[in-house]
Write a protein that binds this ligand. Structure first.
Ligand code: NAI
Length: 258
């Protein structure tokens, strides 16, 4: 019955998560840079890519939390690579670290990586450097030192690979100390306002090419249901995992590479 915190609650997948949780009777506190108007009991406005704004938001959040959903994010078309990493990974990690002590035993952290993060193994030798930084400022320094790498690969993929690796590295201690699970969902192309920015960065044709084999975009609700599943008792033995909810795209690529 404790309140549930949802970032990105003003739009897309986060708004769908907030709506489903509220429909199920939960008290949802939304965190977003835009005000969340639907599906939340309370809306806290903050820029999660700015440590001062993030700290101010943390001060307004409940002292005890049932679970934490992390859906705020930016795509490559919306900002420079460093800013994308700051919002999608550094700010997200900072929020988890600051709120983790408040999450009740049996609760969960559930985030949205992306199908764009599927290269987390191949790129681990580089991206683990970012994941092992010790806080926001240290992470920002890593980005400055690796600006050529960020420019070459784009901030989005790096941020989403970092999130998968962080989920896997963090699960042990969260479980052992607190009985809290941490998992992430990797959506394929999903019909939300973010797609306009992705199309700007990569071209609409490239997004359409990613729809096979399912042949359509996911809805925000389809993604939200996977996030809710990972928070539920049905997933009580699942932690440190990524579920690729991508309509079959990644498996097809994996099979082709065998
Ligand atoms: P969206 O653009 O509809 O919603 C993202 C929300 O995050 C917005 O409400 C926005 O205001 C908020 N946000 C962005 N930057 C912020 C910041 N600095 N501080 C606070 N809030 C901020 O996008 P969508 O599609 O719902 O994305 C949700 C998550 O799912 C993101 O992490 C995204 O990377 C991921 N995802 C989305 C896919 C898609 O095709 N739509 C595919 C794969 C992953």
């Amino acid at each position: 019955d404790l309140p549930i915190v949802v970032t990105g609650a003003a739009s897309g997948i986060g708004a769908a998560v907030a709506g489903l949780l509220t429909d199920a009777g939960a008290e949802v506190v939304g965190v977003d840079r835009s005000p969340a108007r639907h599906g939340v009991a309370r809306s806290v406005q903050a820029d999660l890519g700015d440590p001062d704004s993030l700290a101010a938001a943390v001060a307004q959040l409940p002292r005890r939390i049932g679970s934490l959903f992390l859906c705020a994010g930016l795509s490559d078309g919306a900002a420079a690579p460093r800013r994308v990493v700051e919002v999608n990974f550094l700010g997200l990690r900072e929020l988890v670290e600051q709120l983790a002590p408040r999450i009740a035993r049996g609760g969960a952290v559930v985030s949205t990586t992306s199908a764009a993060g599927r290269g987390y193994r191949e790129n681990a030798a580089d991206v683990l450097g970012l994941v092992r930084t010790t806080g926001f400022a240290d992470g920002r320094r890593w980005c400055e030192q690796h600006h050529g790498y960020l420019d070459r690969r784009g901030g989005y993929r790096i941020s989403k690979e970092a999130l998968v690796l962080y989920t896997k590295l963090r699960c042990w201690e969260l479980m052992e100390r607190q009985g809290v699970r941490i998992n992430t969902v990797g959506p394929g192309v999903t019909d939300t306002p973010m797609l306009a920015d992705s199309a700007k960065a990569h071209g609409a044709a490239r997004l359409d090419a990613l729809l096979a084999p399912v042949g359509r975009r996911a809805t925000a609700e389809e993604q939200a249901q996977i996030l809710l599943y990972l928070n539920s008792g049905w997933a009580s033995f699942v932690t440190g995992q990524v579920i690729w909810s991508d309509g079959g795209r990644i498996s097809t690529e994996e099979v082709a590479a065998l």
